[in-house]
Design a protein. Structure first.
Length: 235
């Protein structure tokens, strides 16, 4: 299943890159047409300018949403580069969470405004403006999903380091009320094996059930001897 999802994601990204290349080609042709008609025939063509602007709008937002990788983004990272690894993870988590929250809050109003623009059309190509600017709604949704993914990956890294620290001190980490999708992500990244599947308690419809299971398991574990826990006696 995981390989299928990766294959689909790879196919979508490749088709997104094909679409970006096509829009670049259309924009270039429209730009050349505009130059030829304006300077050789003295007949400015408004439709070519409008087409170039539409292609540029879609190219930037579509590319940012589906093709641009995080490592390809241009950022001012003076403070980020000066921070330590732990601080960097915290900063990445806060930034991703803030971006997701802000875009999520703006999404209803964005959709309403774009839908309202159906009453207007572009000057030359007569395209409805809600269709033209629908790419921004797609962009917002994609950024929210990418931000959630970034939060998840950062959180998994923090969990992995924390679980390892506890294991090194003959302790262990227990997760309570975990969503099945989060458990699957922990399994894919190897964190579930590090924590121990028996220490991850899935959320259930009954309130407090997972917590009670975790408390019972922790109580049993605390009552064991160091040898039973897999540790060593101090000499």
């Amino acid at each position: 299943m995981e390989s299928f999802i990766r294959g689909v994601a790879g196919w979508v990204q490749r088709r997104s890159e094909n679409l970006i290349a096509a829009m670049l080609g259309v924009m270039f042709v429209a730009f050349i047409v505009q130059i030829v008609f304006r300077y050789f025939f003295n007949l400015p063509t408004g439709w070519s300018t409008e087409l170039s602007l539409i292609c540029w709008l879609w190219l930037v937002l579509w590319g940012t949403a589906f093709a641009l990788k995080e490592k390809d983004e241009i950022r001012f990272d003076i403070f980020y580069s000066a921070a330590g690894p732990r601080m960097r993870r915290g900063m990445a988590l806060v930034i991703a969470a803030a971006a997701v929250a802000l875009y999520a809050l703006s999404l209803p109003g964005t959709y309403k405004y774009v839908a309202f623009m159906k009453v207007e059309r572009s000057s030359y190509l007569n395209i409805r403006l809600d269709w033209m600017y629908s790419i921004y709604v797609i962009f917002v949704v994609a950024i929210i999903l990418r931000g959630r993914s970034e939060i998840g990956s950062t959180f998994v890294t923090v969990l992995q380091r924390y679980a390892q620290v506890l294991l090194d001190r003959d302790s262990k980490l227990m997760l309570v009320g975990v969503d099945p999708t989060v458990r699957d992500q922990l399994a894919r990244t190897g964190v579930l094996e590090l924590i121990g599947e028996e220490n991850v308690f899935l959320a259930t419809p009954q309130i407090g059930e997972a917590l009670n299971q975790a408390v019972a398991s922790a109580t049993t574990w605390l009552g064991q001897t160091p040898a039973d826990k897999g540790g060593k006696y101090d000499e």
